[in-house]
Design a protein around this ligand. Structure first.
Ligand code: AGP
Length: 616
């Protein structure tokens, strides 16, 4: 993953680079660095400071020259530990060229052996540094910077987004892309290059998406894009559409809490304008009714929280649209031989639209079949959005915290919208039934708000179990998906051991781990399987577990539930058991949040993680 920022203009660019790095931290933050073109070569500063790298870097650049061209990088380590020598930008042996990279250079060892000193010039453990030497070697043979980058890339295998500067060509940043995202922008005589829009938002009036195997030359007044052979490619500019306010904390102590509170709006906005007179109208999806009617099998692919939304989506598609539906982790799907054909629909869910595993699952689909690909994503112009045949946009606004909350809830809603749309077009459900379910979806924002309002009760329960080290989350049906999501949230921000499990599967092994002090969070909101779930709660209670039950408001005082539980949390009924995760997930997020805060963790930037995972 990693974030790249570059700027070239007539004023000192360091503030632009530091601001861009702070905004790109969601892509990785275990080290950060800047390189500026000074009179005598590259001036560089790097810091490896865990999740405070950009802050430490900002403190350490007081002596920087007033350079008008520079690049910056925030890193999520893949090759080489997160140390200062491995931090980007990397330089060549002369110290006149600097390069920042996002992605993985697969043949870096072979490339190193082709360098003038057989690879001895490489001083870091990264796969990246070899590129700096490779480009410099091409310049040594008389090429200009852009030509040297093009020539070097002809030998590179792997994925990359690059930014390169050289002191011999001040006022130029050369970027290149294969697989990892990159955009260029222009504003008032300043040329910009970045991994993503938030880095340059508020500075660029217009941006240009760089496609795969393109090289971009950014100068103070111009952007030029070529293919790898140097042939010029037409520039298509796009307006920057996001409200920067939306990307700031707005009075909350951190982004995660702010984003949890934005969930009613995320649900409302994801439905906005799509329900007209009790019917779904998804004109922007680019999938005709004939395409939909032709579908005879659905495959859902995703990772992490998006995968959990896919678990719910699968059950919803099977139930409402009555279509056989497979679900697979994206990084597994791409190495399988799924039986796909032109009647298959592959639904790829990714909030960022840049997750490499999911992109590769889509590429695998396209390589082996004529199956249609539908992306469920938030980012218009993301790589996934552009590669897919059809797109259903979730409308949650930019999510900054690494732990997904509002984007996940928007994905859940979008998957129900998709399931009901497939049912509507394929005539699998009476129109009034579809209208009834859509009306239920439209009532969800208020119920999500009511679930958010349980925060004090959730925080109190979290306080009571604060000393525990082992957590199980159990559920059945869609509750199983929420069990996995609750466990994932807890793991990623609190660093506590948490397992999500189908409740019925516990007795086949994991119940051996249940002993006094283990906390079991049971998703016991009303469903066909609630009684069976209560029986599973009994099994863990009998073995000494501390049971936290999540139930419907109507069951909050139920004597049987109370007898089986040490703590009871309750949420409103969602109107249909398949929709219940949209509400149930909220107290699970708040529970993880409260435990993480109690442990003094940085909830927005948990250790070892990155918001967007653009490596395999
Ligand atoms: C969620 O809290 C995680 N940070 C992570 O699992 C995330 O959902 C996953 O990496 C998928 O990201 P995507 O939706 O951008 O593809």
């Amino acid at each position: 993953m990693c974030g790249i920022i570059g700027a070239t203009g007539s004023e000192p660019v360091l503030p632009v680079l530091l601001e861009g790095l702070a905004r790109l931290e969601y892509r990785g933050y275990d080290s950060a660095g800047v390189a500026l073109l000074a009179d005598d070569g590259v001036w560089r500063r790097r810091r490896a400071g865990g999740n405070k790298s950009v802050a430490e870097l900002t403190e350490a650049v007081g002596d920087a020259p007033p350079a008008t061209t520079g690049i910056g990088h925030s890193r999520w380590a893949t090759h080489g530990a997160p140390t200062e020598p491995n931090a980007h930008p990397h330089t060549d042996a002369t110290g006149r060229l600097a390069l920042a990279h996002n992605g993985i250079i697969e043949n870096y060892r072979e490339l190193a052996r082709t360098l003038p000193q057989g690879g001895d010039e490489v001083t870091s453990d990264t796969d990246t540094e070899v590129l700096a030497h490779l480009v410099a070697a091409r310049m040594h043979h008389g090429l200009g910077l852009a030509d040297a980058v093009r020539a070097a890339l002809a030998e590179v295998q792997g994925k990359f987004a690059l930014a390169v500067v050289h002191a011999d060509e001040p006022g130029l940043i050369v970027g290149a892309r294969r697989g990892s995202p990159l955009i260029a922008g222009q504003a008032d005589g300043t040329g910009l290059l970045a991994s993503d829009i938030p880095a340059i938002h508020g500075r660029a009036d217009q941006f240009f998406v760089i496609d795969n195997d393109r090289v971009v030359e950014v100068r103070p007044g111009s952007v030029r894009i070529t293919d790898l052979s140097g042939r010029e490619v037409e520039l298509v500019g796009r307006e920057v559409g996001w409200d920067l306010e939306a990307a700031e904390k707005g009075g909350y102590p951190d982004f995660m809490l702010k984003e949890i509170h934005e969930q009613p709006a995320a649900v409302r906005d994801t439905l906005l304008g799509r329900i007209v007179a009790g019917r779904l109208v998804l004109d922007q999806m680019r999938l005709s009714d004939d395409d939909v009617r032709q579908v005879d099998k659905v495959f859902v692919v995703a990772t992490g929280s998006s995968y959990h939304a896919g678990m719910v989506g699968r059950l919803s598609i099977e139930h409402f649209a009555q279509l056989p539906t497979e679900l697979e982790i994206a990084s597994e799907f791409r190495y399988r031989d799924p039986v796909l054909d032109s009647s298959s629909l592959v639904v790829a869910i990714s909030q960022s639209g840049e997750t490499l595993d999911t992109m590769e699952a889509v590429a695998h689909t396209k390589a082996m079949s004529k199956a249609r690909v539908l992306a469920v994503t938030i980012v218009v112009d993301s790589s996934l959005g552009r590669d897919a045949d059809a797109t259903l946009y979730t409308r949650a606004g930019p999510e900054v915290a690494v732990a997904s909350t509002k984007c996940h809830v928007a994905q859940l809603v979008a998957m129900h919208v998709l399931a009901l749309y497939l049912a509507q077009v394929r005539g699998k459900y009476y129109p009034e039934e579809v209208a009834h379910q859509l009306a239920c979806l439209q009532r969800l924002p208020d119920r999500v708000q009511a679930a958010i309002d349980t925060a004090p009760a959730v925080t109190e329960v979290a306080r009571r179990v604060e000393g525990a080290r082992d957590f199980f989350f159990i559920g059945r049906g869609v509750g199983n998906a929420m069990a996995l999501e609750g466990a994932l949230k807890l793991k990623e921000i609190s660093y506590l051991r948490a397992e999500g499990y189908p409740a019925g599967e516990l007795k086949h092994g994991p119940i051996a781990l249940i002993e006094p002090g283990v906390v079991v969070v049971a998703i016991a909101t009303r469903s066909r399987l609630r009684d069976k779930l209560l029986a599973n709660m009994q099994e863990v209670k009998a073995r000494g577990a501390v049971v936290v039950a999540l139930v419907d408001d109507e069951d909050a005082d139920d004597a049987h539930v109370r007898a089986l539980s040490d703590h009871v949390l309750s949420v409103p009924d969602a109107g249909h058991e398949l929709f219940q995760p949209v509400v149930d997930v909220v107290p699970l997020q708040l529970f993880a949040y409260a435990l993480a805060i109690a442990r003094g963790n940085d909830v927005d930037r948990p250790r070892n993680l990155a918001k967007t995972v653009t490596v395999e």
